[in-house]
Write a protein that binds this ligand. Sequence first.
Ligand code: NOJ
Length: 447
Amino acid sequence: MAHFPKDFTWGVACAAYQCEGAWDADGKGPSIWDDFCHEQGEAHVKHGDTGDVACDSYHRFREDVALMKAHNIKAYRFSVSWPRVIPDGDGEVNETGLAFYDELVDALIENGIEPMPTLYHWDLPSALQLKGGWQNRQIAEWFARYADIVARRFGDRVKRYMTINEAQCITELGYGMGVLAPGLKLPQTEIARIYHNIALAHSAAQRAIKAVSPDALVGFVPCGKLCFPQCDAPGALDAAYRATFEYGARWGFNFNIVLDSLALRRYDDSAPEPVKRFAATIPEGDWDLMEKPDFIGINVYHGDPVDGDGAPIPHVPGEPLTACKWTITPEVMHYAPLLLHRRYGLPMIISENGLSCNDRVYLDGSVHDADRIDFLHRYLVELSKAIADGAPVMGYLQWSFLDNFEWASGYDERFGIIYVDYQTLKRTPKDSAKWYAKVIETNGAAL
Ligand code: NOJ
């Protein structure tokens, strides 16, 4: 039987652009994702899908919150859309946009669900991108002002925030490889600059939130390579640690590229050349500006198995895969919290975990997603091992409550425990939603 701490937080997660829709309603400004979908269309997003309507949660959030309550959900990690609150990013506040989140936060609390906002889940106001977006150091000020506005409005009701989601995807995929908005392919020193600006922005936002709500906890959500040992050899865990934090050719996908800045206030000697070149230009005093987050949000989907020397285990023919062909590696949920805790000593929340399945409504009117139940079950059992081994994990947020817009894959990938028919917007709880409700009811003992 799996054990979880008494006060463990069980929840679900989603992000504004992926579920809200209402892309230009009530004074909302355009974001880089609106532009990416509208202007670049099919070239970048499957079938030319857009988040214009998505799950229409902007208008249907009460129905969604009721469904959460019906499934025992205790926390909802949603993201605030920056351009809904400040249409051009650093100018006038859109009161109607703020009021929407007010109503959402109140509805959650009335239903016993903790509101856990993320301030930035990829939908940068277009006007800020025109000023250089994350390449512009001024983003730290713009972001801190936005954080201050949000904290003033919700500080009486929100206790845990996350600032920036998946810094590595923003940077590598959005500004390096061009597969996510804003679709740029910048050289590596610019990538290093963006990581630094993200660290400055997180830090400035954390200070802004704490100035308003000194007791609030502020988290940061990085992502990247997570290795785990696939053998019991002595030293295998150390080898997995080294492999996880070793900068390889894809150095931008390491946790340390941004967490070292925030939590350790440095790059170490092993930092790659472009980072060292950029680091030489960092203004004096920048390291003192870095704020260690109160917790790390870890989005756990899959990891890289390594042998006793930390070398990658070669691909196994026929290995288990999700619908979007990600490997299924539950052990990463055991080791990732341990390795991150060993390096940074910070509490953690599993801010995302889930998979896409080929879900559909069966003849009996239900959605039978046995694959999802098996996946979540395996990962949660591993998470209980991490906690038993001493990793301070405060909660687990399943990705995602509703099926939603999966970025460049459009609506083809279904990650939800609630099925969404995008023609009618009808919600149908999948078998996994009922299963997860039971897990929560028993605080994991049902596993
Ligand atoms: C991580 C991202 O934060 C989220 O937006 C995305 O939908 C999931 N991964 C699944 O790919």
